[in-house]
Design a protein around this ligand. Sequence first.
Ligand SMILES: NC(=O)c1ccc[n+]([C@@H]2O[C@H](COP(=O)([O-])OP(=O)(O)OC[C@H]3O[C@@H](n4cnc5c(N)ncnc54)[C@H](OP(=O)(O)O)[C@@H]3O)[C@@H](O)[C@H]2O)c1
Length: 275
Amino acid sequence: MDATADIAGWETEEAWAALLRRRNGGAENPPGTHPLLSLFGPVLSCDHGPDGCTVIGRLAQTLDGRIATAAGSSQWIGGRGDILHTHRLRALCDAVLVGAGTVAHDDPRLTTREVTGPSPVRVVIDPRRRLPDTHRLFNDGAAPTILACLDEVPGPGRHGAAEVLRLPRAGDGLDLGALLAALGARGLCRLFVEGGGVTVSHFLAAGLLDRLHVTVAPVILGSGRAAFTLPEASCIADGLRFSWSVYPLEGGDLLLDIPLRRARPRVCGGGSPAC
Ligand SMILES: NC(=O)c1ccc[n+]([C@@H]2O[C@H](COP(=O)([O-])OP(=O)(O)OC[C@H]3O[C@@H](n4cnc5c(N)ncnc54)[C@H](OP(=O)(O)O)[C@@H]3O)[C@@H](O)[C@H]2O)c1
């Protein structure tokens, strides 16, 4: 029997089971053509960055680059396929990271309810420790949880049931390089930055994203919260340009898989200005 033809005929469940085996230390996937394998293979590769981590950023945005209304409503910009994709990324990664704004607005659980696979460690980036400890993920016990804040912020060593991780300041924010080093030292090497836009933009500006998964939904809002925010560019050539692979998702959205390889935008100090 032609093995290639057999693999090409896999159902999604079989491809997903193979990815989970690989996540858990199993052998390499056999060469296959299922889109799940080409999409998630790089996420599972051992080709980690210099800090020992692979960092995947993700956002679901409208055609005009909004991730939520101005008031913060974002459910749901993407359709069913995007929700499944997000839960799959959670299951394949060791930790999921979100900004304080997302927890304040959505009170998310960040578990893998829609797919088989383990829930990741949850990391909330809340530099000023402004979130109350009553949010669900600080108390539900569904997965270990870490609150990352600036080391100058006072308070107890726990936040609800979550561990408090204190980190140095870098510029006007929290030192994300130090956060990756701390997570990597705990064996949390595959890191999924789930949002929101401010947080993903901080990782992008620091040149700390290995890959970016952006779902574009066929929606125009014309207002709302931006997906990406960086310092002002002087000309189009200053923009960060890349290649992408496009995957159609159930529900009519498009998923863009972008190998950033830790590229740093010019406007953030990544190379000399182009204009
Ligand atoms: N469509 C999507 O894919 C998606 C995904 C997630 C969330 N959302 C929506 O997006 C909204 C929240 O997103 P958002 O962009 O406004 O906020 P966010 O990224 O969730 O959180 C931003 C906050 O996180 C803290 N932060 C994160 N990284 C930091 C760093 N390196 N240094 C300093 N501070 C850092 C800051 O807190 P401080 O301000 O306290 O300093 C910052 O204001 C919500 O409405 C949510 O529903 C949409």
